[in-house]
Design a protein around this ligand. Sequence first.
Ligand code: SF4
Length: 102
Amino acid sequence: MGGIVYWGLIRTAIMIVILWLSYEYFEEKFFWIIASIAIYLIIIQPIISQYKEFIRKNRNVINNSLCSQCKHFDETAVLCMKYDQHPTDEITPCDGIDWEPI
Ligand code: SF4
């Protein structure tokens, strides 16, 4: 999840510079149309795609794992907050020892 935010911020910073430098090449009414399309295609769409891929890859951990029933599990980040690690299908950071029901 952090990678999605990080690359989203990097793309946003690059996009701001590119749009700022290209502003004088377009008439104002076309600039905002081009800027809107560029922001959607370069910033928003990749974030949506990466988030869907993140959810798809972690669907089993979120819905059917030991961690999914634990009070230390943060579902939105797929993170064990007690160990500050990401559980996977193969790895439960505490090996079940610190599991506590929600
Ligand atoms: S404490 Fe253990 S069971 Fe609970 S979320 Fe962390 S790793 Fe999973």
